[in-house]
Design a protein. Structure first.
Lengths: 396, 481
């Protein structure tokens, strides 16, 4: 048994991404058409050139028809995938593996979510009929338990930790303010962040991802064909996925200060991509900052900081836009917004822009490094799915 | 010899200070407190808690039947005693019956068990409502009692021998409630009094005669009934002094309707001594009386949670929240979807977990799985586990949070990761808790609750609540947070 990966066998040759936000005037079909049209144009192809499609949507629609109808795809293989908040990454993984297998020449991944039609705050999972003994907590509450556990384990004063978390939020807002497609395009001071109304535990509104509608799409082909479509493709170096057994919830050994699913996915991705020192080899990283403590812990799970030190690195600016390893230069879930099925692909979209030098100048990272990482998770501490990818501009 | 093998009361944690009614409404209220079932309690859950306490004191007792009596059933048509039966993890050959509707049903169940056969767990439970500012709201109370009635036997001796009983019945209108109504209605108070006092005296005289004792031999008499004035007048007519008349808990708990004879009897028995003769009179559409003698075995009976301690351990609930819990006032809910109804078949498959809080323990690794699992999280053995009842295991808070966004009938949700003594972890909702007093490392115990109701289906499951150090009984009646 081994995870071999598909390093340098598949390339992204076109991408699209809608602005994210409370898009009251756009339906799911509009989002899908907008993102897909931009992706087709980006690759210089039409829907007829694409051999197979994967739609990632967590709960905005069922089956491939949800994509086939708005795009009017006739007779093509179209599948819908779902894997919590990693749904968009799953769509790309499926499309990339389909091309790598030789089954298709060109495949497309679309991630889309219409969240804001529910009329409720936050994200709302719809559960199948059950015995009524499951948790009814929000994701914010589950992740809020990470903060005091981390503070306790590493001896961080709880007020200092609040400052750390506010620094993360402020950084992502700073980046999002420089991203025209982001949901929240303004900087927010740490004072405002700390004074925001509490949602769960010590987490306030500004510790939580933006709840947004949106869609993103990517077109993939075999690496050797990539230059037929673009001068600057993104080569897939690693696609790693890890699913926990859910036992963290009931295992007295779990301490809520790390996410093993993310550590496993990162280790697999680094092995696939041949990365030995992610902090120094990556130009930047897009990570799943659903809540500020999540981003903090991920810096350690992904090997960007040693255990118990990420909080110091955050305060030192290591992960700021001009820092040693920028994290979430597009504003992340916090500021870009989190349309569940689209988020994983949105992270690839930032890699697509940044590594090709197409990000807005105010947030364009200048680096001679050619690799970037995306990290996407779904679920909760103790019960999680996690995805890590590495993409790069150089083949081989 | 037949009689009581064990008994326990259940007084919910929250207290309404009667003075807070007038502060809110400008009128009504009174002195003292009443016990208030939390938003996640009903007569079934309170009955379960009383049943757990009564049985905990006599592990050898094996009831052949569970009788559940209430005037405020959680379900009609559907038996409520089956949920009690399931939560107490009783085998299927133990019967479960509801005796419901009327305020007389609790005392009736108790007396019927005394004269019957086999070991019967008699559960009395009630939740008393009234319109804001009214007498019933103020002087009613919520609570439950469980009485294990049976024959004297090894390991489960009779602690109070049944000596005799008497009844007096008459058809008259004093208090009534149409099905579906939340409030009761009463006739002019004096009318009931003129009926109850003579009926009480007749029943009491018959009980004494049946027991073969004189009133002078009786150590303690407890008089209960929703007609407080009649109960007082009856006691006065009998010439019962304060040395004989038991505290009816009216000042602290309130009148708990069908549950009250059991609750006051539990309180009296917990304080009694071998040789004491105890009388219990309940005034409801007539009168019922029974006489008991405390046995030598009583000295070895250790009630797990005395009523007096529960009375003393309560904490206040403000009147606004009380009204919202009773659906007399509807606060703005969180803007989150309400939970869907429970699936009957899914709940049926998980009866042991959902109602009994029974997990599983892997034979090879010893790992405890909550809920029970077929494949072990340690070692991966398949179908090699044994059931592990966890409801009576205390635990420790590993970490916790307060969820201000999630749906709850009474937000916010307080939620903790709990490690149980002896192994096992479960992330549980907390109840009967003030979040700002909770700390990592706090000790908790499990309690059977109703999470919510949807489509008329009640979702019963277990929550954790702080294990409280009970203050000295001298502090009885004072609220603490």
């Amino acid at each position: 048994m081994s995870s071999h990966g598909i390093r340098d066998r598949v390339a992204i040759v076109g991408m699209g991404c809608t602005p994210f936000g409370e898009l009251w005037d756009k339906g799911l079909d509009d989002l899908i058409v907008d993102a897909s049209t931009e992706a087709f144009a980006s690759a210089g192809v039409t829907k007829h050139d694409v051999d197979a499609f994967w739609l990632g949507t967590a709960q905005s629609g069922m089956s491939g028809i949800t994509l086939a109808r708005p795009l009017q795809l006739e007779g093509k293989p179209v599948s819908r995938v779902e894997n919590y908040c990693t749904t968009g990454s799953e769509a790309l993984r499926a499309a990339a593996y389909a091309v790598a297998s030789g089954a298709y020449d060109m495949a497309m991944a679309v991630g889309a979510e219409k969240v804001k039609d529910s009329g409720y705050q936050g994200l709302n999972a719809v559960n199948p009929p059950n015995d009524g003994t499951g948790r009814t907590l929000t994701a914010a509450a589950m992740f809020s338990m990470v903060a005091p556990a981390y503070a306790e384990k590493y001896g961080v004063d709880i007020d200092q930790l609040s400052d750390v978390l506010a620094t993360i939020s402020a950084k992502n807002h700073y980046n999002g303010a420089r991203n025209p497609r982001a949901q929240f395009r303004r900087e927010v001071s740490k004072e405002t962040i700390c004074a925001s109304p509490r949602v769960a535990g010590s987490l306030g509104i500004f510790d939580c991802a933006g709840v947004a509608d949106g869609a993103a799409a990517a077109i993939v082909v075999r690496a050797e064909d990539a230059l037929n479509y673009t001068d600057s493709p993104l080569y897939i170096k690693a696609l790693a996925f890890s699913t926990g057994s859910g036992s963290g919830l009931i295992d007295p050994g779990y301490d809520y200060t790390h996410f093993p699913e993310c550590e496993w996915a990162a280790a697999d991705a680094y092995a696939q991509a041949g990365i030995t020192d992610p902090r120094r080899q990556l130009a930047f990283a897009e990570v799943h900052d659903c809540f500020t403590p999540t981003e903090l812990v991920l810096m350690e799970d992904l090997g960007f900081a040693d255990r118990g030190t990420a909080w110091k690195e955050v305060l030192a600016g290591t992960f700021a836009l001009n820092g040693e390893l920028p994290v979430n230069p597009d504003g992340g879930l916090k500021s870009f917004g989190h349309p569940v099925g689209a988020s994983g692909l949105r992270m690839f979209f930032e890699c697509w822009l940044q590594l090709r030098g197409e990000a807005t100048p105010e947030r364009q990272i200048t680096s001679d490094k050619t690799l970037a990482l995306t990290h996407n998770l779904g679920g909760y501490p103790g019960e999680m799915v996690s995805f890590v990818s590495v993409v790069g501009t150089q083949r081989g | 010899m037949r009689g009581i093998i064990s008994t326990a009361g259940y007084v919910p944690y929250r207290r309404l200070a009667r003075s807070s009614v007038a502060a809110f409404l400008g009128a009504g209220g009174g002195k003292g407190t009443r016990a208030v079932a939390s938003h996640d309690e009903d007569t079934t859950t309170m009955g379960v808690e009383a049943g757990r306490s009564a049985l905990r004191a006599v592990p050898a007792a094996a009831p052949s039947s569970v009788w559940f009596a209430t005037a405020t059933p959680a379900y009609l048509d559907k038996t409520n005693a089956t949920a009690v039966h399931a939560a107490l993890r009783m085998p299927s050959d133990v019967g479960a019956l509801d005796l419901g509707g009327a305020l007389r049903s609790g005392m009736g169940a108790l007396m019927t068990a005394m004269t019957g056969t086999g070991t019967v767990l008699v559960v009395l439970s009630d939740q008393r409502d009234g319109l804001p500012g009214g007498t019933d709201e103020c002087f009613g109370g919520d609570g439950a009692a469980a009485v294990v009635v049976g024959d004297d036997g090894p390991g489960a001796p009779v602690v109070a021998e049944y000596l005799g009983a008497g009844s007096a019945t008459d058809e008259f209108l004093d208090r009534w409630r149409a099905p579906g109504d939340r409030r009761s209605r009463t006739w002019e108070e004096r009318f009931g009094e003129t009926r109850y006092v003579p009926l009480g005296r007749e029943a009491w005289a018959r009980a004494l005669k049946a027991a073969g004792v004189e009133q002078a031999e009786v150590t303690t008499v407890a008089v209960t009934g929703m007609h407080g004035r009649a109960a007082k007048a009856f006691a006065a007519k009998l010439g019962l002094g304060t040395d004989v008349l038991a505290d009816d808990l009216a000042g602290t708990v309130g009148q708990t309707g069908a549950a009250h004879p059991g609750l006051v009897l539990s309180s009296v028995l917990e304080r009694a001594r071998p040789g004491d003769v105890i009388g219990l009179v309940h005034l409801a559409d007539g009168a019922d009386a029974l006489v008991l003698r405390v046995t030598e075995a009583h000295a070895r009976w250790v009630p797990s949670r005395p009523v007096d301690e529960q009375v003393a351990a309560g904490a206040e609930v403000d009147y606004g929240r009380f009204l919202s819990w009773r659906q007399m006032l509807t606060p703005e809910p969180p803007r989150r979807p309400e939970p869907a109804r429970v699936s009957a078949s899914a709940a049926g498959r998980s009866e042991g977990w959902k109602f009994g809080f029974v997990g599983s323990r892997d034979h090879a690794s010893g790992a405890v799985h909550l809920p029970p699992a077929r494949v072990s999280m340690e070692g991966g053995a398949v179908d090699d586990m044994e059931p592990v009842p966890m409801a009576d295991s205390p635990g420790t808070v590993v970490t916790f949070t307060v969820d201000r966004l999630a749906y709850s009938p009474s937000p916010p949700i307080v939620f903790a990761v709990v490690d149980f003594d002896g192994g096992g972890r479960f992330p549980a909702e907390l109840t009967d808790v003030d979040a700002d007093t909770l700390s990592i490392g706090d000790r908790v115990e499990m309690t059977f609750r109703r999470l919510y109701s949807a489509d008329g289906i009640h979702d019963y499951f277990w929550k954790a609540r702080p294990l409280r150090k009970v203050p000295p009984v001298a502090d009885a009646g004072t609220a603490r947070s």
